[in-house]
Design a protein around this ligand. Structure first.
Ligand code: SF4
Ligand code: SF4
Length: 509
């Protein structure tokens, strides 16, 4: 008997305008989900396979294809929403844990959208960034706790007590960790080129660094994950920073998983594992069960890199991020990365992606405040990510306490990603989240790199414009300056945790 129960109504309806269609079959070539096929002198569609990646509609020379919401409505039910029912139907068919790519699409409130920026008026005049300097250069790493002023030969000399390795960024934006494996070779090259042009830093993800990318080592932040894939002394001499990954916003408490099908020759060489084997990194680091253990690894990495680069620690934003960050700072880390609930991923259990962790806005404010209260804020820089969507989020996350913002999904979108959330399938029709050679070459490296660099340049200009409007002449003066934010959301408790006043309340005395 046919299993009628698994016939779930399609999420999307693919329609072809037969008047316009010239039967060129470009849709059949471009769709990686077998939606279109040429049968009996016409294009036939299987809408149930469609993920709305928009590739076919974009590539159709006749504009004949429409991707519409599914035609069959689910009976309205507030508790058992269409989304919930689809999950249950799918698990009833597969009996498995559902994976998902990208960041959560559940409608959690984006706290950035409940924050407004102050603007300079009369007594604190604004700054015109076209005529005056507004500094966006940012340094990541430990800072000295005091400056020394000496007098001699009739002049005062100011000097720092100690020098610590810092990464210089031309703009307070870094690219988060997206490994070769989770994204394609071409996507990696495009990101590295854009970062080099702009003057920022790129995370390797947990896959190590392919030898082809060594020429970009000076913009590389090399991740040390629990699987310890691909760490190689050759590139430790050249890289900009090292970062221990304890957690990730999209899957707090989880390790990494790259399915064996995606471990081809290229990935095998980079991760230093046999071809075709699953690259599974354990949930915890099996040598880290305390802050003291973490301090040992930080020390070992500093020694391995000859104390040349800052060593960071990345954690997922969770309820007790502030005390954890305090421990990390005291363990000798030079920067802490906080990755929030809405952060992206190449593959994560959907249930974790959608329900574990907290928004980065809350974590960054709590961590910055705690480190300042303890007088150790200078020990570490804070990097914060997890859905930094545009320049407004960048400014707000800095004002909440981050020294730099980490971006991932926005990077992919700049290069053409349609946020279909199917990265885990490895069939990305845009050549981004895939290792299939026929798909990887769809991503033109020159165009993708230029588009991404354009976004970074645009955000940096907008950052300057906002800083000018705030009457602030440098990023450094914005960091943790929560008095320049006001809350307009519905929940006063959120404002209290953020340490931000409500709109209409004046500055602190
Ligand atoms: S190319 Fe993408 S949008 Fe077009 S039919 Fe296939 S899955 Fe759907
Ligand atoms: S990278 Fe590709 S598969 Fe992943 S969300 Fe974007 S378009 Fe979809």
């Amino acid at each position: 008997m046919a299993d009628i129960y698994h016939e779930i109504p399609p999420r999307f309806q693919v329609e072809i305008d037969r008047e316009k269609c010239r039967l060129c079959e470009r849709c059949t070539v471009n769709c990686t989900y077998d939606v279109h096929s040429f049968q009996g002198e016409r294009i036939v569609t299987r809408s149930e396979n469609c993920v709305a990646c928009q590739r076919c509609a974009t590539m159709c020379p006749q504009g004949a294809i429409s991707i519409l919401p599914g035609k069959i409505s689910f009976a309205p039910h507030y508790t058992y929403s269409e989304r919930i029912r689809r999950i249950i139907y799918e698990q009833a068919s597969t009996g498995g844990v559902m994976l998902a790519g990208s960041g959560t699409d559940l409608p959690y409130r984006v706290i950035f959208d409940d924050l407004l920026l102050d603007a300079a008026q009369v007594t604190n005049p604004s700054i015109d960034p076209l005529r005056e300097t507004v500094e966006t250069v940012t340094y990541l790493g430990r800072k000295p706790d005091r400056m020394f002023v000496t007098e001699g030969d009739g002049k005062l000399t100011v000097s720092r007590g100690a020098d610590y390795p810092n990464v210089q960024l031309s703009t307070p934006i870094v690219v988060g960790h997206m490994s070769l494996g989770s994204i394609s070779y071409n996507a990696c090259v495009a990101i590295l080129r854009a970062a080099k042009e702009v003057g920022t830093m790129v995370g390797t993800g947990e896959g190590g660094l392919h030898p082809d990318f060594y020429e970009y080592a000076d913009v590389i932040n090399s991740e040390v994950a629990s699987g310890r894939f691909g760490i190689e002394p050759r590139y430790l001499k050249e890289i900009a920073a090292l970062e221990i990954k304890i957690g990730q916003g999209a899957k707090p408490g989880h390790g990494g998983h790259l399915p064996g099908e995606k471990v081809d020759a290229l990935i095998s060489e980079t991760r230093m594992i046999p071809k075709g084997t699953d690259a599974l990194s354990p949930y915890p680091h099996h040598d880290i069960y305390s802050i003291e253990d973490l301090a040992q690894l930080i020390g070992a990495l500093k020694e391995a890199s000859r104390y040349r680069v800052p060593v960071g620690v990345k954690i997922a934003a969770v309820h007790n991020s502030a005390p954890i960050a305090s421990g990390i700072a005291r363990a000798g880390a030079d920067f802490i990365t906080l990755d929030g609930l809405r952060g992206g991923t190449g593959a994560a259990p959907r249930i974790i992606r959608d329900h574990a962790g907290i928004p980065v806005e809350l974590a960054v404010a709590a961590v910055d405040r705690r480190l300042r209260e303890e007088g150790i804020r200078h020990l570490v820089s804070i990097v914060a990510g997890g859905s930094i969507r545009y320049a407004a989020d960048l400014v707000k996350v800095l004002a909440l306490g981050a020294d730099a913002a980490m971006v991932g999904q926005s990077v992919l979108i700049a290069m053409g990603c349609r946020a279909c959330q199917m990265c885990h399938l490895g069939n990305c029709s845009w050549g981004i989240a895939t290792q299939r050679p026929d798909l990887t070459r769809r991503l033109d490296v020159d165009i993708a790199a230029q588009r991404l660099a354009n976004v970074f340049h645009a955000w940096t200009e907008e950052l300057r414009e906002i800083l000018g409007a705030l009457g602030i002449d440098s990023v450094e003066s914005l960091v943790g300056n929560r008095d320049r934010l006001r809350y307009v959301g519905p929940n006063p408790k959120v404002a209290e945790v953020l340490g931000v006043k409500h709109a209409g309340e004046p500055w602190s005395d």
